[in-house]
Design a protein around this ligand. Structure first.
Ligand code: NDP
Length: 471
């Protein structure tokens, strides 16, 4: 049993002041394997003081120094990659091969991308006689989600450090272990003490204390729409800048003439990555009405092809859901869709064969309409819904008929045609014909999906303010 009593403040691990512990459960075994002492508002005060003190120096550091630190953090994470991956497997049940590739290797790349992107930021420009400079936003409160324990926090910490900000990080209580390793990587890189501080604890206590704190200049959160709204509300009282990376219900439009089999295969792989616990997952599959039946057959075959099971096994493609709450929530969505009479193509409430323990859910495909609850609410599990359309206009209308605006996909025989359709989709990202995502391009959403962008130089710019110097 791992027990952590401490929080990371001013370059040292010190005892948290709370007297409660939060247990960490392995979702594949349902066993508690760690507990972490919860921080308090007092701990947030200590962390903000350290970050404020460190800001004086770090905000004046050179771009070269920031790039050096980011690259050294990437090297340290890469060196200890197996440890980070194992941690993620244990705390959220992410399959090991995916944890190594999509969590660790991608996050290492993100840090290097931030280092490179520093030279793409326009730090200074002339407007007439004035000089407009980009200056760090200040002390940042960063709040992470459990679905990407290392990536969701590194995208914030890396960009903030690149911008010359200092950080107080609160990881999700569901997955607090991998984020702690960031402190080691920062120390290895020679990041000055106080630039990164980590306070464990709940969103309602530590998170809210950070958002309300007068010493915090900006808050960035990845999480649910409800938490994002609450952060915005509390931040408004001190007119704090916020960056919100929230949920999605993204559409994959497969236009007539596109390769239906390839589009369904690629779309479902996108939707079911990380057991569907991905904000940008393409969970609504839009197909021409006359191809509905074929689409259902292809989707069923693809969904049934996943190897589900032990996340420590290198062959596993789908692990359990990350925690019991998420398991109950996803099953609740499936159950309501069945009650609503939505056609179940494959999957459902029955547990996957041979898996009697762990938060496993069958990959599930529904076929319905865009008005069904299963097509409107974010499930955050391995569940997609196929929706037929009658024309291209109809497809665009359905894709945009959602409260969210995070991601999307368009498939068409002609790439330019697909691009024209993509430009009418109201989301922060659109993948055309399954093109892989370039991690240097911005990620973020419109509507309920959030405010602001992460990754690359746009991600750094979220942590910068403008200062116009006249004379
Ligand atoms: P939650 O909203 O429950 O939690 C996210 C983080 O916010 C946690 O650290 C949580 O703390 C904290 N938090 C909760 N309430 C508050 C509050 N009042 N003040 C400050 N902090 C608070 O989300 P999940 O962790 O359950 O993540 C799943 C959701 O996140 C999904 O809806 C998904 O779509 C979205 N998401 C979006 C992404 C994006 O990039 N757009 C990426 C990943 C996920 P605690 O430790 O107590 O839980």
């Amino acid at each position: 049993m791992i027990r952590h009593n401490d929080i990371y403040i001013d370059g040292e691990w010190v005892e948290a002041s709370g007297d409660e512990f939060r247990q960490v459960v392995n979702p594949a075994t349902e066993e508690v394997f760690a507990e972490v002492r919860r921080g308090t508002a007092e701990d947030v005060d200590r962390a903000v003081l350290a970050a404020t003190t460190a800001f004086e120096g770090w905000s004046q550091s050179s771009i070269e120094e920031r790039a050096r630190v980011l690259r050294a953090m990437a090297d340290a994470m890469e060196r200890d990659g197996d440890e980070v991956a194992s941690c993620i497997v244990e705390e959220i049940g992410q399959p090991i091969s995916w944890a190594q590739r999509a969590s660790v290797a991608t996050t290492v790349k993100d840090l290097r991308n931030f280092a490179d992107a520093l030279s793409d930021v326009v730090w200074e420009e002339k407007i007439g006689e004035a000089t407009v400079r980009r200056i760090p936003a200040g002390v940042v409160g960063a709040i992470g989600a459990w679905n990407g324990p290392i990536r969701s926090v590194t995208l914030k910490v890396g960009a903030a450090i690149a911008a010359g900000c200092t950080v107080v990080l609160k990881p999700s209580e569901v997955a607090p272990l991998a984020p702690r390793l960031l402190a080691r990587f920062a120390e290895h890189a020679g990041l000055p003490r106080g630039v990164l501080n980590i306070v464990s604890g709940s969103g309602s206590v530590v998170g809210e204390a950070m958002v309300a704190h007068p010493g915090v200049d900006m808050v960035s959160i990845t999480g649910s729409v409800g938490a994002g709204m609450r952060v915005m509300e509390v931040a408004a009282r001190s007119v704090k800048r916020v960056a919100l990376e929230l949920g999605g219900k993204s559409a994959n439009i497969i236009l007539a003439g596109a390769d239906l089999a390839e589009a369904i295969e690629s779309g479902i792989e996108d939707a079911f990555r990380n057991s569907g616990q991905a904000c940008g997952a393409l969970t609504r599959i839009l197909v021409p009405r006359d191809q509905l039946q074929r689409a259902e057959e292809l989707a069923a075959a693809k969904a049934q092809s996943f190897v589900i099971g032990d996340p420590t096994d290198a062959n596993t493609q789908l692990g359990p859901l990350a925690n019991n709450d998420q398991y109950e929530s996803v099953r609740g969505h499936i159950s309501r869709a069945l009650d609503d009479g939505v056609k179940l193509v494959v999957g459902g409430l029955e547990r996957p064969a041979g898996l009697d323990r762990g938060y496993y859910v069958r990959p599930t495909v529904f076929s319905g309409t865009n008005d069904d609850r299963i097509a409107r609410e974010e499930v955050f599990g391995p569940v997609v819904v196929i929706i037929p359309f009658d024309s291209e206009e109809d497809a665009i209308r359905i894709a945009n008929d959602t409260d969210f605006g995070l991601a999307g996909g368009v498939w068409a025989p002609d790439r330019d045609h697909a691009r024209r359709v993509a430009s009418r989709i109201r989301t922060g990202r659109v993948r055309i014909n399954g093109t892989p995502i370039d991690m240097r391009a911005p990620h973020g959403g419109l509507k309920l999906s959030g405010v602001g962008r992460e990754m690359g130089h746009h991600g750094i710019e979220d942590y910068l303010e403008l200062q116009a110097q006249h004379g």
